[in-house]
Design a protein around this ligand. Structure first.
Ligand code: CO
Length: 169
């Protein structure tokens, strides 16, 4: 398992796809374990299945260390009318960060690792992270939600980073 990258055309195709519902009887635990491993070793706080090449409606979050959360077939059921702008980053575009405006508070419903339905209210970093990961399931990346000027800046920065990596070999 590896994290799919924005600059790779084949990877981007998956990152841009609409992920499909996870069937009721499909055991995702092995995939989930691997996802947590790769997320933690990359220093991320969230990871969506399409980011590891799996176009399924599943993402994981670990905002507080030791409090792993699994969201299978998630549905956003409420969003606040008040918004907040926060800097976001993404393991599919490592090394660059930019401001995204999102609802401050959300209520989300999903199935956990044991496929039990749960409902959760989130604010702060958790709300940001959950919305960012949920977007991944719909082929949306955080840069899509940035102001044009900031997006251009971020992509230029990312391009430079990648060129640097290529030179380093
Ligand atoms: Co991301």
């Amino acid at each position: 398992m590896r994290v799919y990258q924005y600059e790779n055309d084949a990877d981007l195709k998956i990152l841009r796809a609409m992920a499909v519902t996870v069937p009721r009887d499909e055991d995702m635990s092995a995939v989930i374990d691997e996802m947590f491993e790769i997320m933690r070793s990359s220093g991320g706080i969230g990871l969506a299945a399409p980011q590891v090449g799996l176009s399924k409606r599943l993402f994981i979050v670990e905002v507080e260390e030791g409090e792993p959360l699994v969201f299978i077939n998630p549905e956003l059921i409420e969003t606040s009318t008040s918004f907040a702008k926060n800097d976001e980053g993404c393991l599919s575009l490592p090394g660059v960060y930019g401001p995204v405006m999102r609802p401050k508070k959300i209520v989300i419903q999903a199935e956990n690792r044991q496929r039990r339905r749960f409902k959760m209210e989130a604010t702060g970093v958790m709300a940001v992270c959950v919305q960012h990961e949920l977007d991944h399931l719909n082929g949306i990346l955080f840069l899509d939600k940035m102001e044009e000027r900031k997006r251009v800046q971020l992509l230029a920065q990312y391009q430079q980073l990648i060129m640097g990596e290529i030179k380093k070999g």
